[in-house]
Design a protein around this ligand. Structure first.
Ligand code: GRF
Length: 214
């Protein structure tokens, strides 16, 4: 993953989603408008047949695949997804509201090549309903995190974060809406950084290579 440069063939991403797919759409839009260069969406996979996101991907003519996860073992289900991602030549997997834990086999099949977006400033508020957790805790700054996926929940190396103030007039819903707007910017930016290959991972730190630091 460290040598993939946008000067060469495009980085092929595979998007995994379970729901409305607004992050997927934001990524697709960044690619379409040229904001996110050197990247193409190779396949969109959903574990939920009726997910809004997969319907939109289909409409856009992007290759799509549904692997229903309900009632299936994680290992069996993940093996199908891995085979599909490989068959589409996927270099980088992007979880975009994929609501199922990945098996260790999946994570080791794509070492530091699976990104996730989480609607909090990790390590605060991992897990479900992070925006609500942050709101109820009373934090003054909230935000989102794009990170590599490792074998622990919402835990891997952080690629980037975007922060926003929590306003006195906010409720959990308005906060979540404003965090989502940041997510839509953050994910494309993070994919661009990873696609550039111009980074190093030092322990838990994702840093731009010396010549590329601002
Ligand atoms: C986002 O809030 C994301 O941070 C979380 O799941 C939600 C997915 O939303 N992981 P969408 O399906 O991309 O609209």
């Amino acid at each position: 993953m460290d040598s993939h440069s946008s000067a060469h063939s495009p980085l092929r991403i595979g998007v995994l989603l379970s729901g409305r797919g607004s992050n997927f759409l934001a990524i697709a839009e960044s690619i379409r408008t040229g904001k996110l260069k050197g990247v193409e969406i190779a396949v969109v996979i959903s574990n939920v047949a009726e997910a809004e996101g997969i319907r939109k991907a289909r409409e856009m003519g992007i290759p799509c695949q549904v692997f229903v996860s309900k009632g299936r073992s994680r290992q069996e289900h993940d093996a199908e997804m891995i085979a599909c991602l490989w068959s589409h030549g996927v270099d980088l997997v992007c979880l975009a509201g994929y609501m199922r834990l990945l098996s260790p086999v999946f994570v080791t099949s794509f070492p530091n090549r699976v990104l996730n977006i989480h609607p909090s400033l990790l390590p605060a508020f991992p897990g479900l309903e992070a925006q609500q957790q942050a709101f109820e805790y009373g934090v003054k700054t909230a935000g989102c995190t794009v990170h590599f996926v490792d074998d622990r929940l919402d835990h891997g190396v952080i690629v980037l974060q975007r922060a926003i103030p929590v306003l006195d007039g906010d409720d959990a819903h308005s906060l979540a809406v404003r965090i989502l707007a940041e997510e839509h910017v953050a994910y494309s930016e993070a994919i661009g950084l990873v696609a550039s290959g111009e980074y190093e991972i030092l322990g838990r730190r994702f840093v731009k290579k010396a010549g590329n630091r601002k």
